[in-house]
Design a protein. Structure first.
Ligand code: BG6
Length: 473
């Protein structure tokens, strides 16, 4: 049903925008920062690396002033764990501490609420060398780091996110994960890592509630609804399986402290079961989120195993794989969705799927939601006079916000919306050329130019959206 009588966006709605440390800060080895797994990743040589990115570290004042001009009520950023703890644990880096103090203070001056991600893909390299998330000691290191962040910044930061897209780190372990190369039995190892991250998250949530009783904390997975290829029961079952493995495994553990039964049976069937203890399960039950943050870019469509022999269209497969990641084809096969458009990078555009996703999450967990990523990656063109006419991005965001308001009218409790990204940054997989920001950063893949900031057309559009509390979309 399409509501004609729309429920307005709530008063105090957290209109925001997002970034992550390794994609925006630059200064990868400055002022005491230790290396992270990102600094050791092997990149496509044609694309930008993560050394300078948008050089936000050296443009802090200017960037936050621009965010204030944009009208942001909230800014979601991540702390670089290795900037605070160059070795991942132990000695703290005072200059790293000071950088985030400055950032948070600046946000305070402009009355922008910080929404802080503790960990966004960039595990300190020192920890990775000791086995990363395969090593249970990383759980304690994460708790120490989280407690430090709460102690340092908890007087001004009320909203915390634990781990960004843990599900993508597991499902796409070979690309963004922390599995050491040549690990035997990689899938089993990834699900053991997953269990360790879940424990780390639970400990951080417990610590947050102990140390900062008025603060709120939640997980930030990438969740999307899964469509069956047809109404054939086998396809519906495949979609149901994939949703359990891709979505609910992570949120059931975070919210209910138990393994999703379907996902568990998949792990058992495949021989991927993690080692777990009763005490650990008790800990998982104890750590509770206050809200659910989720990132949404696209829906996925899958069919059953028996479609295995049918050729898949290359483009469709890529579109599915980009966001959906590879679990084995005995559980699902990605198929094309002829009802949806794709962006320049073959990602589906599905605003209605956004509404469906929000409803599914809310019905399942009954916790307030906040959208921590949603956006359109595109090759923006710098026109004369340093103008960027990104009408396609406005269209994408407008359609998604319309559906978010439909979801709110359906009764879903939504606290805020933080599209990706506040400012151009280096895409996790596809360089700086794949831009998402409201603010253009003047650089190319290899040529850093002057790193000047230009407001895109979408900047002025979003400014008006915020000003009108979502009435003028
Ligand atoms: C999410 C990540 O997976 O998607 C971001 O949290 C990432 O870090 C975003 O940038 C978009 O993906 P990509 O590959 O286009 O940068």
């Amino acid at each position: 049903m399409q509501h004609q009588q729309l429920t307005p966006f709530p008063q105090g709605f957290m209109w925001g925008a997002s970034t992550s440390a390794y994609q925006v800060e630059g200064a990868w080895n400055e002022e005491g920062k230790g290396p992270s797994v990102i600094d050791h990743a092997v990149f496509n040589a044609e694309l930008s690396d993560f050394k300078v990115t948008s050089d936000h570290y050296h443009h802090l004042q200017e960037d936050i002033a621009l965010f204030a001009e944009l009208g942001l009520k909230t800014y979601r950023f991540s702390i670089s764990w290795a900037r605070l703890f160059p070795e991942g644990t132990g000695e703290i880096n005072p200059l790293g501490v000071a950088f985030y103090q400055r950032l948070i203070d600046l946000l305070g001056q402009y009355h922008i609420e910080p929404l802080v991600t503790l960990y966004h893909f960039d595990l300190p390299w020192a920890l990775q060398q000791q086995g990363g998330w395969s090593n249970p000691e990383t759980i304690a290191a994460f708790e120490e780091y989280a407690r430090t962040a709460f102690r340092l910044y908890g007087d001004r930061v009320k909203y915390w996110l634990t781990i960004n897209e843990q599900n993508m780190m597991i499902l796409k372990g070979e690309v963004i994960g922390t599995l050491p190369a040549d690990t035997p039995d990689p899938q089993r190892a990834l699900y053991q890592q997953n269990h360790h991250m879940m424990l780390a998250q639970a400990r951080a949530m417990i610590a947050c509630h102990q140390m900062l009783p008025t603060a709120k904390i939640g997980p930030a997975p990438n969740i999307s609804c899964i469509y069956p290829a047809t109404s054939r029961p086998e396809d519906v079952l495949a979609a149901n399986n994939f949703s359990a493995i891709r979505n609910w495994l992570y949120l059931d553990l975070a919210c209910f402290g138990r393994y999703n039964a379907t996902a568990w049976s998949f792990l058992k069937e495949k021989g991927y079961l993690p080692q777990i203890t009763d005490d650990e399960m008790a800990l998982l039950r104890q750590g509770k989120p206050d809200f659910i943050a989720f990132n949404y870019y696209a829906s996925a469509t899958v069919g059953a195993d028996s479609a295995k022999d049918k050729p898949e269209s290359g483009a469709a497969n890529r579109a599915v794989d980009q966001q959906m990641a590879g679990i084995d084809r005995s559980v699902y096969v990605g198929v094309d969705n002829p009802y949806l458009q794709k962006n320049q990078f073959n990602w589906y555009i599905d605003p209605l799927g956004f509404r469906i996703t929000a409803r599914e999450i809310y019905e399942r967990y009954r916790l307030p939601l906040i959208v921590t990523e949603n956006g359109l990656g595109a090759f923006d063109e710098l026109a004369s006079g340093n103008k960027i006419y990104d009408d396609y991005r406005i269209e994408y965001l407008r359609c998604h916000l319309e559906q978010l308001q439909q979801a709110i009218s359906d009764g879903v409790e939504v606290m805020g919306y933080c599209p990706w990204s506040a400012i151009d940054l280096v895409s996790t997989h596809q360089g700086i050329g794949k831009r998402y920001g409201f603010i253009y950063v003047n650089r190319d893949e290899k040529d850093l130019k002057d790193l000047a900031r230009f407001k895109k057309k979408s900047f002025f559009w979003y400014q008006q959206v915020i000003r009108s509390n979502g009435e003028d979309l």
